[in-house]
Design a binder for this molecule. Structure first.
Ligand SMILES: [Zn+2]
Length: 484
């Protein structure tokens, strides 16, 4: 039985996080990107040839993200194959849904962190086979060119071949910062933008997720949309390194699926509540820069907490191509869910607080201390209450619904204006009292699995199609947090 102050939401999806960088998250935030890479990141990543160090950091980051309600994460590891395999193993042990990539980099590599083109390709193929050999529904290998400056054309071509041969996900950084753009222009004169270079090497696929994209052109966005590639919005690290803010509305309008990324350690926090709040602030800053205060244009709505929650759940699921599997709590999907509890600290409730206000408070004020429990594929993988065993079911006896309509930010001018609305009264009932199976059961099923039924809530696809025709089918369905 959910108690007053508790809300059950779909599990959150971190579409861009560097697991090895977790050891120094929260430090070195005063450096430009290339300097940060050379003087902080590469020395830290070099240490992952030591498996004992890797186990310590990777265990910590998986545990931390689970405590924060991240049920699915797309991880960069390092170029070390043994440590990358260890990260996959740890995620599997902990029960986290994880996409893991052995990083590839065969040029401009610092001493002690270099690999040949041949080693990068052989290591990637070995890693793919290893992860596939785990035969887990949760853990997936990812082709991971670090970013274009780190990869020769031969390596990019080889990785594109592997992506096609193994039908793997791809992850990298794209059009992130002015210094990165300048470096690519120097290394690839006349070869176009990051998006065009990735495309030339068959890496712009419908399983690819690219981080940042702050400096993508309209043509780049159109190209990403045509290829079905997605974007990870990393608002905190964009403030730190990117020299700009992602124009989320423009990207969504172009037809690109957008998820949210913590980008640890470019972003300080591994908790996606923080990323959601940064995304809202980033959008407001963008709007204020582009629309003078007091003007008619300034009265348009900008991204709010509902859109940010959408990015962290359904948006991430769609970015990974998993919108049919995760991102909402509904029949037929895996039960990846997070029980939020205002009683965890930092939030005061008052009698007049509605369920929607409760959820808004949790999104705007919540921390990992408000995450009471986490389930992935129906298995409880985290519990704030030590008295409750990790696999104990949560009784779902009666849930009233708050249906948040998180139409993605979009405006006619392609900037940051958004439209949103909130619907109430849609029925979501739990029949049965045991969430022990892998998936959410069918309505009315009398078995021991939870039967969470979505009522006549509008599909996100329909809502998005009102904004961008044809986009809805790519953007998944509605966020359906339930509370009592
Ligand atoms: Zn990154």
């Amino acid at each position: 039985m959910l108690e007053r102050g508790q809300v059950l939401i779909a599990g959150m999806v971190d579409t861009h996080i560097h697991a090895p960088q977790y050891s120094y998250a929260g430090t070195a935030t005063d450096r430009p990107l290339i300097e940060w890479l050379n003087e902080v990141t590469f020395p830290a990543e070099r240490r992952f040839e030591d498996l004992q160090h890797a186990r310590q950091v990777y265990s910590a980051v998986v545990d931390r993200t689970l405590r924060g309600g991240t049920t699915c994460a797309m991880y960069f590891a390092t170029l070390h194959v043994p440590a990358s395999k260890l990260l996959a193993n740890i995620a599997l042990e902990r029960g986290q849904r994880a996409f893991v990539g052995k990083v590839c980099m065969d040029r401009m590599t610092p001493a002690g962190l270099a690999e040949s083109t041949e080693d990068a390709l052989a290591g990637t193929e070995h890693f793919i086979r290893y992860v596939r050999g785990l035969h887990s529904d949760l853990i997936h290998p990812v082709i991971t060119p670090r970013f274009i400056p780190s990869c020769t054309p031969a390596l990019l071509t080889g990785l594109g071949r592997l992506a096609r041969e193994y039908q793997c996900h791809v992850q990298s950084h794209i059009s992130e910062s002015p210094d990165e753009l300048a470096l690519v222009a120097r290394l690839h004169p006349g070869e176009g933008t990051d998006a065009e270079i990735f495309d030339r090497h068959a890496l712009l696929t419908d399983r690819a997720v690219f981080a940042h994209g702050v400096h993508l052109s309209d043509t780049d966005c159109t190209l990403l949309a045509a290829r079905g590639s997605s974007l990870s919005h990393c608002p905190h690290s964009n403030f730190t390194f990117a020299g700009g803010t992602l124009r989320t509305a423009r990207v969504v309008r172009s037809g690109v699926a957008v998820g949210l990324g913590s980008d640890v350690a470019g972003g300080c926090s591994a908790c996606l509540f923080d990323a959601q709040r940064y995304a809202v602030v980033a959008d407001k800053v963008l709007q204020q820069q582009q629309r003078p205060a007091g003007s008619e244009a300034s009265k348009g709505a900008s991204m709010d907490w509902r859109h940010a929650l959408h990015l962290a759940t359904q948006g991430g699921a769609a970015a990974l191509g998993l919108e049919h599997r995760i991102g909402t709590i509904e029949a037929g999907k895996a039960f990846d869910a997070v029980l939020l509890d205002a009683a965890g600290g930092g939030i005061d409730l008052f009698p007049e607080d509605s369920t929607l206000a409760l959820l808004e408070k949790l999104c705007n004020l919540g921390t990992e201390h408000n995450v009471a429990a986490v389930w992935i594929q129906g298995r409880r993988v985290h519990s704030r209450d030590p008295q409750r065993p990790p696999t104990a079911p949560i009784p779902l006896t009666h849930l009233s619904a708050v249906n948040v309509d998180p139409a993605p930010p979009a405006s006619k001018d392609g900037n940051s204006s958004v439209s949103s609305s909130t619907h109430g009264g849609s029925a979501v009932k739990g029949a049965g009292n045991d969430v022990g199976g892998n998936d959410v059961g069918e309505p009315g099923a009398g078995d021991s699995r939870a039967a969470v039924r979505t009522g006549p809530m509008p599909k996100m696809s329909a809502l998005v199609d009102q904004v961008v025709p044809g986009l809805g089918s790519r953007s998944g369905t509605q966020v359906g947090p339930s509370a009592c």
